[in-house]
Design a protein around this ligand. Structure first.
Ligand code: SF4
Length: 361
């Protein structure tokens, strides 16, 4: 029983690359293959084809003093080939803020690059794929937040970090998948409005039952919404018949029935840490209920062979960015690849994020 992983991204051949010697390309190709640790999907031959791109990107980062951060859901050629830091949204927004470089390149979806700009307004933030959206962040507008506030006056509005800068600017406090339960618990009063993820909203309603009323919105992550409790039960049964003791680890953007079937729930980083911990104590039969990027990272960072079961789901928005987009935006960014936000939006959205940083610590 083996996990079904998507093929590596195809090179689109849009850019010619700088010239490197055969030995430089070979050395880089071996570095990529050894870092990614998936020799069937990312063979030495595949790594040779992308090595000139990663070599030039890494060279340009040095020359232009750029800090390149990538979300965990980016493809392994990005996370292990060119990123200076890889993590989830919360950790990356702090790293963007604290990095000494004046230019941040954020390889991810649009709202994350906007978040980097909000916390580092004096830095240049490059976003190679302006069209890379997110089904959650696209589910809600600033006007929606104003309308819901009018409908439920006096309640604080809590937004998930997967929202645009304009939406954050209308909200009182931002949260991530690793701190939403704790922060919502700490807010004063006996009610909150939570936007836009309806599934995390439902978990909050259960978690705060009897303490706070939670008004929820109707957004969802199209990736995590694809998993069901029924699918987990089916895989558990098959695994058990094959003599396995399956551990199911899920992301909180999944529906309640998925979380009820899971052994562990956590954000991408926490899921990865738990998977590595379980593997290190001999529990190697794992099912990761999340985006394929987390699976790629677990495979690359595990010291032991794993038996990953089931099928991850790929986010089409996250996978929009390819090495060629990064290289082009480093060489000569187009205006739409440079994040620009209204100063008043930066100020109000910054307050929403500052609230999160102070309540989460
Ligand atoms: S995985 Fe879901 S929440 Fe993350 S960017 Fe894709 S659609 Fe948005």
């Amino acid at each position: 029983m083996a996990i079904e992983l998507p093929p590596p991204p195809l090179q689109r051949g849009r850019l010619s690359h700088a010239a490197y010697t055969d030995s430089e390309v070979e050395r880089e190709a071996k570095r990529l293959r050894d870092a990614i640790k998936q020799p069937f999907r990312w063979s030495l031959e595949t790594c040779r084809s992308i090595a000139p791109l990663t070599l030039e990107i890494n060279q340009l980062k040095q020359e232009k003093d750029v800090f390149l951060i990538a979300h965990s859901y980016q493809t392994p050629d990005i996370t292990y080939g060119v990123a200076d830091s890889v993590a989830d949204s919360y950790a990356l927004s702090k790293e963007a803020r604290d990095a000494p470089q004046r230019t941040i390149l954020f390889s991810s979806v649009r709202f994350m690059a906007e978040t980097a700009k909000i916390v580092s307004p004096h830095k240049t933030v490059l976003h190679p794929s302006p069209d890379a959206g997110c089904s959650l962040s696209d589910a809600i507008t600033a006007q929606d937040v104003r309308d819901i506030r009018t409908k439920y006056p006096g309640l604080p509005v809590v937004c998930y970090i997967n929202t645009s800068a304009e939406v954050k600017a209308e909200c009182d406090v931002c949260v991530t998948s690793s701190n939403y339960l704790r922060i919502c618990e700490r807010l004063p009063g006996n009610g909150i409005i939570f936007v836009p993820d309806k599934f995390m909203g439902k978990h909050l309603q259960n978690h705060l039952a009897g303490k706070k009323d939670v008004i929820i919105f109707d957004g969802e992550c199209e990736v995590h919404a694809a998993f069901t409790g029924e699918k987990i039960r089916t895989w558990r049964k098959r695994a058990s018949e094959a003599g396995m003791n399956l551990q199911v680890l899920s992301h909180p953007e999944c529906d309640t029935d998925v979380l009820e079937e899971s052994d562990f729930v956590g954000s991408s980083e926490i899921l990865m840490e738990e998977a590595l911990r379980l593997a290190s104590i001999g529990k190697k039969d794992l099912m990761l209920i999340t985006e394929c990027g987390t699976t790629d990272r677990v495979l690359a960072e595990s010291e032991v062979d794993l038996n990953l079961v089931g099928a991850c789901v790929m986010c089409r928005h996250m996978k929009t960015t390819q090495l060629e987009d990064i290289l082009q935006s480093l060489r000569d960014p187009r205006p739409d690849q440079i994040i620009n936000l209204e100063p008043s939006v930066i100020e109000r959205a910054g307050h929403c994020l500052d609230q999160m940083f102070s309540l989460a610590e």
